[in-house]
Design a protein around this ligand. Structure first.
Ligand SMILES: Nc1nc2c(ncn2[C@@H]2O[C@H](COP(=O)(O)OP(=O)(O)OP(=O)(O)O)[C@@H](O)[C@H]2O)c(=O)[nH]1
Ligand SMILES: [Mg+2]
Length: 369
């Protein structure tokens, strides 16, 4: 599973870019201009590493929020401390069930998470909800919209909702979300729900960080629109037709049968597991407990077969290699000689005066100095 790749990634903030905005947890060196309102004590200083570690391990939400803000920061000093915090907390991570939720805009992801998450919290689970939305720097409004859509869940003592990190490429957002997931696990959350919009590369990225991947679909919407052409169905461990209520119920059942037929001919997303279609209504709650039963069944079967642990290992290896690639790429593009010569070499290629391979060799030579 590979991460989305873009040049000039800020993965390790080699070339310092925008950084997080509106530091609502009050890290120094970030503009707090107006964003979070004038809450008392908003301008807190950074904590010592031991305090972050102890606070997160004790499940202290305020400190968890501040540790996540540290993780999301692109400032070099913050990155170093964030890694110390993660290193110390690593033995406490890995115990949660990680569930990705995707689907086209408006399919009902947030409403599903509200209903599903609330059911789990009531059953005694501790549920963290994260979002991976590389576009959210442009549409900050939707984050606020989500919080209000998850009103019941966000007020539950067992739930913690964290909006998508803003700003930067998918690779940068993905790194922050993975590390945030680890912090939530260390804080004692045993179910992590990751919402992502199904409109691009971000589903593939989220598939690469979760154990179970849930694709929500609408009855009667065009298949191409919903990712069949893009192969998203092949990534899913379950397909859930949403909004199976009122007049839509019969249509949803029809779609379920159609998708089950289509799934029959597809390779499974997880070896040994058969992906099936289900229906639910997040408004009435019908079908929501069944989704949890499917996920528990998946967990027990894949843990027994070894597929669960194998996927986790493969994800860790893929994470290492994709971070290396992102790191090297950003180093390369940030290199002064490369930056200096790039425009001329590109022009020569475009003008047909220089073969591409020779151009790249020249640039790499400059980089290697
Ligand atoms: N009838 C009915 N409507 C629903 C159901 N679930 C969601 N909706 C409605 O569908 C609309 C979109 O729901 P959201 O949960 O915001 O969808 P989303 O997939 O999170 O959307 P984005 O975050 O914008 O991608 C809202 O108006 C919901 O009230 C359902 O089970 N039944
Ligand atoms: Mg949403």
């Amino acid at each position: 599973m590979s991460l989305g790749r873009q040049p000039n990634d800020e993965i390790f903030a080699v070339s310092v870019m925008g950084g997080v905005k509106g530091g609502h947890d009050g890290l120094p060196g970030q503009s707090s201009g107006g964003g979070g309102g004038a809450s008392p004590g908003a301008r807190r200083r950074r904590l010592a590493t031991e305090d972050y570690v102890a606070g997160v391990a004790a499940g202290d939400r305020t400190i968890l929020a501040r540790a996540i803000t540290l993780i999301e920061s692109n400032a070099a000093g913050h990155i170093a401390q964030a890694q110390e915090v993660l290193q110390a907390l690593l033995p406490r991570t890995g115990n949660a069930l990680r569930i990705g939720v995707t689907g086209v805009p408006g399919v009902g992801k947030s409403t599903f998470i509200e209903s599903f998450g609330h059911m789990l919290c009531e059953a005694g689970h501790k549920v963290a909800v994260l979002a991976v939305d590389p576009s959210s720097s442009l549409t900050r409004g939707s984050i606020l919209g989500d919080k209000t859509r998850m009103e019941l869940l966000s007020r539950h003592a067992n739930a913690y909702i964290r909006p998508s990190p803003t700003g930067g490429s998918l690779g940068g957002v993905a790194r922050k979300s993975r590390e945030t997931m680890l912090l939530c696990e260390a804080a004692g959350f045993d179910v992590i729900l990751v919402e992502t919009v199904g409109v691009g590369q971000s589903e593939v990225t989220v598939r690469g960080m979760v154990d179970f991947f849930l694709l929500l679909m609408l009855a009667g919407a065009g298949d191409e629109l919903q990712g069949i052409k893009k192969g998203i169905m092949e990534l899913a461990d379950a397909l859930v037709i949403t909004k199976a209520d009122g007049d839509n119920q019969a249509k949803a059942k029809g779609a379920q049968a159609d998708y089950n037929r289509a799934l029959h001919y597809m390779a499974p997303a997880t070896s040994g597991w058969r992906t099936r279609a289900y229906t639910c209504s997040s408004l009435s709650g019908e079908g929501i407990p069944a989704v949890w039963e499917v996920i528990q069944q998946f967990r027990s079967e894949t843990e027994a077969s070894g597929a669960f642990a194998e996927r986790r290992s493969a994800q860790a290896r893929d994470w290492v290699s994709s971070l290396i690639e992102d790191y090297l790429r950003s180093r390369f593009y940030a290199h002064p000689a490369v930056r200096n010569q790039m425009p001329a070499i590109e022009s020569a290629v475009v003008a047909g005066e220089l073969p591409v391979t020779a151009a790249v060799q020249q640039l790499v030579k400059l980089y290697e100095g």
